[in-house]
Design a protein around this ligand. Structure first.
Ligand code: 3UK
Length: 526
């Protein structure tokens, strides 16, 4: 077999995927399109900005890979990316992969202390960032005990990656790689402790693109994809980059925060055929549509993931827009959606059924499969599971058992085969589709001089979407006031990533605890 190719046997379903022994995934995702005559086709449409063709993309990917190598980043090294949704994201990500370097896209909403941890934990050789994030990134690097060799803004004035790219060759041979070799990482957060580096292999993006985008959504080169979820998130990475690149389609990129007004304006102007968002945003869009109608007629299907889509929200979206909305669950570890509703098979309130190529099991505490209707721990087997958690063999052994991954979610299956989410098996919250650790918010609250103790739990808002609620014990209960809750709110907003603040504050005399002093969050929830 030739190098760097995937053979797809469509005579069976799910199609059989076969990878050449030598396999650098940048070739089928980037270079293949030139051979297939797609060079002049548009791949990226930047909102109020440039248009990038497949030929320009391939050239800039090569320049970015060469620039990183020339700057002294070696194959196998990690290149951290704090990069907004823009063509540079594609250039750095794929340039690194083609050069054998491991890109690690980071959440651009994080704070300096989060980045410090990731710089040290990954022992990164390079950090590339959009100039917008320079404050947090520079503060993080000053505090880090590990110093990356290369630290560069992607663009702007002075020394930038763009400047190095302009002086680098536009030709680059793909670094030798095997289908199961390390390709890229994403960081995933847990309820306690630090984020974990999730290591994915070369073949994994092919698997998610084929299984979910092609075999579940029937995506083709005609589709224009617009994702409100950003590229740094595994959800957005698939939606707005790997899926369109796999089918030879198109993506619309927007760098700003996803407000309903901006989403509606972009949909009207760029006319996407597939739209991806999180439940919180669909709820906000519905409220906005009550006031200002929008033409969403270009969309053939809407996708929801990141947190459970409440059935009532799905019904309201259907009745207002007449558009199908498919809920599906994915994880960073499995890379993209593995249980999904289908356009012809939707069950409100359910995450759907397994995506082709994935198997799902629900087990009890003894590891035995439960019967239909009974809740248990959701486990998944498939071809895109993480290889391991970086330098965390305990967590890897705990999560991966004989090729099955524990998702940490509690689910039941009904007699028709639909999977229903009952919540997390830990205390973690999904807020607007992004992880929120109660422990982290509590630690921030306790830093306030008037706070003795705090506990944070999830509470459903009017749309049945979970948001953080704080229970606070003050040093002096007589300090309790609306003024103090506002002060604590600002304290959290300034000290944490901006989506992590509690939406409600309760001042209480004490917190329910176990004999060993552990806060019993389940008591506060009820
Ligand atoms: C929760 C859901 C109910 C669930 C993701 C699409 O969210 C993604 O990845 P993360 O690693 O979080 C994974 C966890 O989020 N969750 C996600 N979707 C749903 N719960 N219904 C849903 N539809 O707790 C899961 O374990 O941030 C989403 C594609 C790729 C992804 N990585």
């Amino acid at each position: 077999m030739k190098d760097n190719i995937v053979t797809i046997d469509n005579s069976i379903f799910p199609a059989k995927l076969e990878f050449s022994q030598n396999f650098n995934v940048a070739v089928p995702f980037i270079d293949r399109h030139l051979k297939e005559g797609r060079g002049e086709k548009v791949v990226i449409n930047v909102h109020r900005g440039s248009v990038v063709t497949y030929a320009t993309l391939a050239e800039h990917v090569n320049r970015a890979g060469n620039a990183l190598l020339e700057l002294g980043v070696s194959p196998g090294d990690r290149a951290l990316m704090v990069v907004k949704d823009a063509p540079e994201f594609y250039y750095v990500f794929w340039g690194a992969i083609k050069a054998g370097i491991i890109p690690v896209p980071l959440n651009t909403l994080l704070r300096a202390k989060d980045y410090t941890y990731m710089v040290v934990n990954s022992e990164a050789s390079a950090v590339v960032y959009s100039p917008e994030f320079s404050d947090e990134v520079e503060t993080a690097l000053k505090a880090a005990s590990h110093k990356p060799k290369v630290v560069l803004p992607s663009e702007g004035s002075g020394e930038t990656l763009a400047k190095h790219m302009a002086g680098s060759s536009s030709a680059l041979n793909p670094a030798p790689a095997k289908p199961d070799d390390d390709c890229f990482w994403l960081y995933s957060s847990g309820s306690t402790g630090n984020p974990k580096g999730v290591v994915h292999a070369q073949k994994d993006m092919v698997v998610t693109s084929q299984r979910y985008a092609v075999e579940t959504l029937n995506m083709t080169s005609e589709d224009i994809n617009f994702s409100a979820a950003k590229l740094f998130f595994a959800y957005g990475l698939g939606n707005a980059m790997t899926f369109p690149l796999w089918v030879g389609g198109e993506a619309v990129l927007f760098a700003g925060p996803p407000t309903p007004a901006d989403m509606h304006e972009i949909i009207e102007e760029y006319r996407p055929s597939i739209y991806y968002a999180v439940p919180t945003l669909y709820a906000a869009q519905l409220r906005a549509l009550e006031v200002n109608d929008a033409d969403l007629s270009s969309i053939r299907v809407c996708i929801s993931a990141g947190e459970a889509l409440p059935p009532d929200l799905l019904r309201r979206w259907n009745s207002k827009t007449k558009l199908p909305l498919l809920d599906g669950i994915g994880t960073t570890e499995i890379l993209h959606i593995f249980l999904s509703n289908r356009e012809t098979d939707i069950r409100p309130g359910a995450s759907g059924k397994p995506v082709p190529g994935y198997q799902a099991r629900i087990v009890n505490e003894d590891g035995n499969e439960v019967s239909d209707g009974e809740a248990g721990s959701l486990m998944i087997k498939g071809e895109s599971l993480l290889k391991l958690y970086w330098q965390n063999p305990e967590k890897t052994a705990e999560s991966l058992r004989n090729g099955w991954m524990f998702t940490g979610d509690t689910y039941y299956r009904d007699e028709d085969g639909f999977f229903f989410c009952c919540g997390r098996s830990d205390d973690m919250l999904k807020v607007g589709g992004i992880w929120c650790s109660p422990v982290e918010i509590e630690a921030k609250l306790v830093e306030h001089p008037q706070v003795l103790e705090a506990a944070v739990v999830g509470r459903a808002d009017d749309d049945k979407l979970i948001k953080p609620e704080a229970f606070v014990v003050l040093n002096n209960i007589t300090d309790a006031s609306e003024e103090l809750s506002n002060e604590l709110l600002e304290f959290c907003k300034n000290g944490l990533a901006r989506y992590k603040y509690p939406r409600w504050f309760n001042f209480v005399d004490d917190l329910p605890k176990t004999a060993t002093g552990k806060i019993q969050r389940f008591q506060l929830r009820s």
